[in-house]
Write a protein that binds this ligand. Sequence first.
Ligand SMILES: Cc1ncc(COP(=O)(O)O)c(C=O)c1O
Ligand SMILES: N[C@@H](CCOP(=O)(O)O)C(=O)O
Length: 465
Amino acid sequence: MDFISTRGEAPALTFCDALLAGLARDGGLYLPREWPKMTKRDIRALRGKTYQEVAFAVLKPFVDGEIEDAALKAMIDGAYATFRHPAVAPLVQTGPNAFILELFHGTTLAFKDVAMQLLGRLMDHVLKARGERATIVGATSGDTGGAAIDAFAGLDNVDIFILFPKGKVSPVQQRQMTSSTAANVRAVAIEGNFDDCQDLVKAMFNHVSFRDSVKLSGVNSINWARIMAQVVYYFTAALALGGPDRKISFTVPTGNFGDIFAGYVAREMGLPIDKLVIATNDNDILARTLKTGRYEMRGVKATTSPSMDIQISSNFERLLFEACGRDAGEIRRQMASLKQSSAFDIGPETLKNIRKVFRAGRATEKDVAKTIRTTLAETGYLLDPHTACGVAVAAKFEKPQSPMVTLATAHPAKFPAAVKSASGIDPALPTWLADLMDREERFDVLAGELDVVEAFISAHSRARA
Ligand SMILES: Cc1ncc(COP(=O)(O)O)c(C=O)c1O
Ligand SMILES: N[C@@H](CCOP(=O)(O)O)C(=O)O
């Protein structure tokens, strides 16, 4: 299996090379040349297996023998041993056909841990085997950063720099990033918003001499391996609810489109998924796009679900590539238009293909607060504001006979102010994180300018060409 770029002008790579490359050299995103397929029989054979066993079966075709089975299994086991729930990603029923898939039982209480714990192990393994080092630069609106720092802290062959928007993440998210004492970790507050941080990261990847000089690598969902690891929980959830002999729908609180794209991948692999519902907050660019066929940026609004305060939804490019029949020229034109005029149009056939599988809805700030309050009153379940976006939107798309699973992407204790204001409950951090807010902070503040950030990274990275 090899991996190709959505923009068609970068070399195809094997799994390990795509893992270390992050963004393709033509600015595109890697995905497999073909989707590996599982029959219903193959999927049924996974019933009763552990999360780790399902993960091995789902991930093996992508890794395609580039890492020995025993090593891959050991990395999967190590990654999910860090989770505080034996099921890794348990399902909770909140209504006759409504389920919540809890993805926040990892070390930093967000769904990012699911992929990041595995990614850290995979990268460490490949770098050590090759005797290489890497400089990882990531952008975060709050959760990716903490999860990446936790997963990569202390690794010998990696330095990690996380750019977060100054003053725009929750206090818990900030402390998770800034309290690391590991020498290979740098948390950097950028004067700007998440899109500015993400633009900087992409610009560094596109600046070839810088990219090569520090051996740049990425851990955002532009990295194919992030998406791959997230495919697994669509399988475990569907299996628990009668799949593959029953179609399941999923609603996903969405920002950068990585999590929901993983659902699309599961469907392409053969998992019978009915609909994939995109849930946005007030930053509803994706909901508008599905309605109108025009992707059009507007200013970012700060909400109580800050991790979804995004305008440039990177992985939507992967979906566009799929839906337009993998026409890389079309993607290049759309991305050039986005860069030039902050908008692009989607052709009618491509839009039709997207709408076959995807639905979208927006949860306003009022909807989010109301959903936290009413879900607690009716079911006793306390939602975080991101998951509440999902639950609010899912309610509009539920069907009588078909289970609707909403992905719970963060623990409510990461966003105590919003949760308390909506429900009156001050959600406590788990005991193993109880002292988090007393830990000392260590971070740098930089202007959101490419040369400033690159100079900082060059000065502090230990990787050299
Ligand atoms: C808590 C939470 N929910 C939802 C999202 C959106 O996920 P994605 O960017 O994969 O669409 C994020 C950030 O990515 C997040 O941190
Ligand atoms: N919401 C994310 C933004 C970055 O997303 P990623 O999945 O591409 O890493 C965050 O919490 O940082």
